[in-house]
Every structure is written in C-alpha cells, then in structure tokens.
Ligand binder design. Structure first.
Ligand code: SF4
Length: 320
C-alpha cells in the first residue's frame, strides 16, 4: 500500500508512519495500544479526538481494507478489502501475540491514529460493520479518515513544541503560528465528523499541503539556532552514522532503512516521515526529536539506552 496514499498528498513526507509500512496499508491488531494515552486533536468544543488506535472499538478495518504484498513485513499476499486470513469473526487477530514471529512485522508497527474507532463509532455509529452494505462504505471511508487523523496527530505534535510557547518578546512568530496550527487542527477535526459521502469527496491533498507548510514552519522555529545538516528526502539506507551529531538535522522523508545510528545525537532532529525500518538506534538520543511516531520506533531497533521522547514507549522487541 504504500505509496498510493502518499501520492495523494502534497508529495512530501509529512507523515511518518507511512514509510514504515510495506504496503498501502498495513494494519494492525495491536489491541494493546488501546490502553495507552495518545495525543488528542484540537477541537473547538466537543470531545477531543483520540489519535491512537483503539482496536477494541474498531472492526478490524486495517486487517481488511489494505492490500498486502508478501515481503519482509507481511507473510502473505492479500487483496484490498478482503479480510486477512488471521482475522476472526470477532474482528480480533488470531496471531496477535506473535505477529513478528509469524512474519507480520508490518502489522506490529501500524497505527491508524485512531481512525478505525472514529469510523466505526462516529461515522457509522450504531450500524453493523458485518452488514455487507455498511461494510462497503465503512471500508471506503477508512483510508480517508486515517489521513485526517494522521494530519491531526502532526498538528497536535507541532502544538506541543516548547518553541511554540515562547513569549512574543523572545519569539514573535510563535503565537501567530500556534494560532494557525490550532485553527487548522480544529478545521480538520470538524472534517472527521462529516458523513460518509462528504468524507469521500474531500480533497485531501489540499489539506496535506496546508498542514505541511505549517509543520515546516513549526520545525524551523523549533530548530532555530540548532539547525543541523539537511538530509531531507535523502537515501541514507544502510548509512553508517554511529555516534553522529545530528542535532537539529532535517531528516524529513529521509530513507534510513538499516542505518547505523547507534549513539547518534538526534535531539531536535526533524524525523517527519523518515523511514527507520531496521535502523539501529541503540544508545541514540531521540529525547527531543521532532515529529517522531511510535510506528517509527516500532519499526526500528534500539535498546535500553536509547533515549525517547516522553510521549512514546520503548518497543517490547528492543534489546535490554
Ligand atoms: S495478521 Fe493479524 S493484525 Fe495482521 S492483518 Fe492479519 S489479522 Fe490483522
């Protein structure tokens, strides 16, 4: 699945998780994420929108909607909109406890950013996801909602940057940018509540483009004074950067598959959309990295010495 969705966006890697997957979608079954606190989208009133998957409130959408290609991330081929053979009638994954061992690493790293439960519990509230007519619409809406939720996640992450809270005397651009981010987030949040036909007619590329501009400005503001090398969009697969000083680097959309980043200093590095599959982050410092997602960490390797942003958890498969 992969790049089909990406092509719909402004062309740049605004988002992260995508690079981590092996195909258009990948999916999850990571019901365990439900209990974790996630970011919530800005709203102009009403309930905050949760931006982390809660599989218990979904109907296995990421196990049905995307197509899989047999690869290092998926043990099987699966056409789009067909349930995975491991998905039960209760919409639970039958091999959830051993996804990596069974060759479904892509499932273990996927996050819908809470889109699954939004579609099932809000867009199609009260409707039976097993009903064929409902299921057909529900499956069509899910990819749209996922992009909206991913946008909300990035905008929320930007609003949490300490640089956006600096007083006007210290950083005059901070407050106006925070206002723009907040407004964009509220507008996207409003879109998530549209009915299915309206959701399906959205011009998502336009929304990604606007968000990307704001996110770039937020990144530049956050990295002002600490800007490091610009590797945006570069292919650094397998690169040896052990112990490298990458503070303030732009790694937006950078391919870092299998890169050696052991003990690298990635504080204030912008990791938006960086492909960290199998990158070695042992001992690396990501404590202040910008726009790093849980999916990126889950796809990488690391250890107990890797320093993480406070909002993210250490993947269980990392070495101790
Ligand atoms: S292996 Fe499990 S988590 Fe992955 S797609 Fe199939 S049912 Fe879903």
């Amino acid at each position: 699945m992969k790049r089909a969705v990406e092509a719909e966006r402004a062309g740049e890697a605004v988002r992260a998780g995508e690079a981590v997957r092996a195909g258009e979608a990948v999916r999850t079954g990571e019901a365990g994420r439900a209990a974790e606190a996630g970011r919530a989208g800005e709203t102009a009133g009403g309930q905050p929108i949760q931006l982390r998957a809660d599989c218990a409130r979904c109907a296995g959408l990421c196990c049905i909607v995307p197509a899989f290609s047999r690869s290092a991330d998926f043990a099987i081929d699966k056409p789009a909109r067909q349930p995975c053979r491991h998905l039960g009638a209760d919409f639970r994954c039958g091999i959830h406890a051993d996804l990596r061992g069974r060759g479904f690493r892509g499932c273990a790293v996927y996050d819908c950013f809470g889109a699954g439960q939004q579609v099932c519990q809000v867009t199609f509230a009260g409707q039976d996801p097993a009903d064929p007519a409902t299921a057909s619409q529900l499956h069509a809406v899910f990819p749209v909602m996922r992009q909206l939720h991913e946008l909300l996640w990035y905008l929320a992450a930007a609003l949490e940057l300490p640089a956006l809270e600096l007083p006007a005397l210290e950083q005059p651009a901070a407050a106006p940018l925070a206002d723009e981010l907040r407004q964009a987030s509220q507008e996207i949040a409003g879109l998530t509540r549209l009915e299915a036909p309206a959701l399906l007619s959205l011009d998502l590329g336009q929304h990604w483009q606007r968000a990307n501009t704001l996110l770039r400005r937020a990144s530049e503001l956050a990295r002002a004074g600490v800007q490091g090398p610009d590797h945006a969009g570069a292919d650094l697969a397998g690169a040896r950067r052990r112990g490298a000083d990458l503070t303030g680097a732009s790694l937006r959309g950078t391919t870092l598959i299998g890169a050696d980043l052991r003990r690298a200093d990635l504080r204030m590095a912008d990791l938006t959309g960086a492909d960290l599959r199998d990158a070695d982050l042992a001992g690396a410092d990501l404590s202040q990295s910008l726009f790093v997602t849980q999916a990126q960490l889950d796809a990488a390797r690391g250890d107990a010495a890797t320093r993480l942003p406070p909002s993210l958890r250490r993947p269980a498969h990392w070495t101790q």
